[in-house]
Write a protein that binds this ligand. Structure first.
Ligand code: SAH
Length: 454
């Protein structure tokens, strides 16, 4: 099999990253932009011994699950992978992905998996967007998204996953840049000023934050930008972030407020959270309420429990739990997030939540050794790499009757469940939640119970 060879193949499955999988004379082909059920002509882009990567050149027979992508640039843009697949099949794919991981990696049989919780309207859900700024071939300033796996910008101000307001905000920024002769940043030469426009919108409050990320300490004629942005309904916070490093990381260390407030508010259920430019906040507010609701149900609180919420971010889940528990302790690595968590607790009148900054795998074993930490429920919500084994070992030693595991990566979830289920726990139930319609990622919340206390 050689590069640029063209083959006809029927797609049978989908990879974790959304490529169609087909077989050709014993080879496995990963075909970009092809879906299970498609018969396609595919061009090999990279050939290995047992498998090859390919691109769909022509759809000979479309899959019955194929739909017209709602966004015209969905194929070029790296943001969405599943737009051409019907939403019902997207949900089925994600559910199967979770089941497969739990069975194959987790070694679990008869997985008690509930149906995935999907969205009624799987578009317009993102409360945060980061648009790179650049120039097109004709030198015009553009904003948009990176093409998949590259840093070339696909001009697109109307991302269908985001808020309708984004288009007007980006138009205001570009018109300001043209008028004040402010240049976009160029990654290759590291010249120019404006790198990214970060927009956050409180889904349930309508408050908007616009943060310009610039390669320098200041912005010329900021009042011209502020004047334009203030005309947009809901504008609440206009910020300037300086990032002069040659890096892919979007935000630099320093943020200052040009106009309005430093933060915006959003609600999850009846709790209100202040969100700063840097805080981690779930991007899908509607589904977050459902995810946390499920986590709370799995925690099974009666008001008497001591709960530890590990990887707690700005304390969102902790505060949800605190109202139904005796005492909640949160642990989070990022200091700023811990500060936000404390403010959020105070602002919501919650006095039974205490937060610690540090690594969960260090704080928890230390508190166990020094203060004989006890817990009725432990909630974990780690990043994609899952929990450190030192933490899992400490959880087993603490032996809470219930563990609630919230995961954004079914593979590491399965690995960690294998550990816990090999050390006295039983997976009582798992519920996938679709936090990212049109994308390949899936969130899962699991209820684990200790064998001896049934
Ligand atoms: N539960 C929160 C945040 C989940 S995201 C929410 O739902 O909003 C995962 C969080 O884990 C991030 O805030 C990240 O900063 C934090 N984190 C990453 N590694 C960590 C570690 N080793 N110990 C504690 N927190 C960590």
């Amino acid at each position: 099999m050689n590069k640029n060879e063209i083959l006809t193949v029927t797609i049978e499955d989908m990879s974790d990253t959304g490529e169609g999988i087909g077989k050709y004379e014993g080879y496995t082909l990963f075909v970009k932009d092809a879906l299970p059920g498609d018969k396609v002509r595919a061009r090999i882009t990279k050939a290995k011994k047992q498998y090859a990567f390919a691109r769909c050149e022509e759809i000979l027979e479309p899959s019955p699950d194929r739909v017209t992508p709602p966004c015209p640039v969905s194929r070029a843009c790296g943001g969405c992978q599943l737009q051409a697949l019907s939403y019902a099949r997207q949900l089925a794919f994600k559910e199967a992905k979770v089941r497969n991981c739990l069975e194959r990696i987790g070694g679990l049989a008869n997985v008690p998996l509930r149906p995935i919780i999907g969205m009624e309207t799987p578009l317009g859900y993102r409360n945060k967007a980061q648009f790179p700024v650049g120039r097109d071939k004709n030198g015009r300033i553009i904003t948009g998204f990176y093409a998949g796996r590259t840093h070339s910008i696909i001009a697109n101000d109307r991302c269908l996953l985001g808020s309708d307001q984004n288009e007007a905000i980006l138009a205001a920024v570009k018109s300001y840049m043209e008028e004040a002769r402010v240049s976009p940043y160029d990654e290759t030469t590291q010249q120019g000023l404006v790198r990214h426009v970060l927009i956050r919108e409180g889904h349930f409050t309508g408050q908007i934050m616009v943060c310009l990320v610039v390669n320098g300490p200041a912005l010329p004629e900021p009042e011209a930008l502020i004047r334009r942005l203030r005309e947009i309904p809901g504008m609440h916070s206009i910020l300037l972030n300086s990032n002069t490093e040659n890096t892919n990381v979007i935000l630099g260390a320093r943020t200052r407020c040009l106009w309005g407030s430093e933060t915006i508010a959003d609600r999850i259920g009846d709790l209100e959270f202040q969100i700063s430019a840097k805080s981690f906040f779930q991007v899908n507010s509607v589904q977050t309420a459902r995810l946390y609701g499920q986590a709370l149900a799995y925690a099974g609180l009666t008001g008497k429990e001591t709960v530890w919420d590990l990887y707690c971010g700005i304390g969102t889940i902790s505060l949800f739990l605190a109202r139904k528990a005796k005492q909640v302790y949160g642990v989070e690595l990022v200091e700023e997030a811990v500060a936000d968590a404390r403010c959020n607790a105070a602002a919501n009148g919650i006095t039974n939540a205490v937060f610690f900054a540090g690594k969960a795998e260090e704080v928890v074993p230390r508190k166990l050794a020094e203060e004989n930490l006890q817990a009725d429920v432990i909630v974990v919500d780690p990043p994609r790499k899952g929990c450190d084994e030192k933490l899992l070992a400490a959880i087993v030693q603490i032996a809470p009757p219930r563990v609630v595991y919230i995961s954004c990566d079914p593979a590491t979830l399965a690995r960690d469940l294998k550990y816990l289920c090999g050390n006295g726990y039983r997976l009582a139930e798992a519920t996938p939640v679709d936090m990212f319609p049109m994308g390949v990622h899936v969130e899962t919340v699991c209820s684990l119970s200790k064998f001896s206390v049934e």
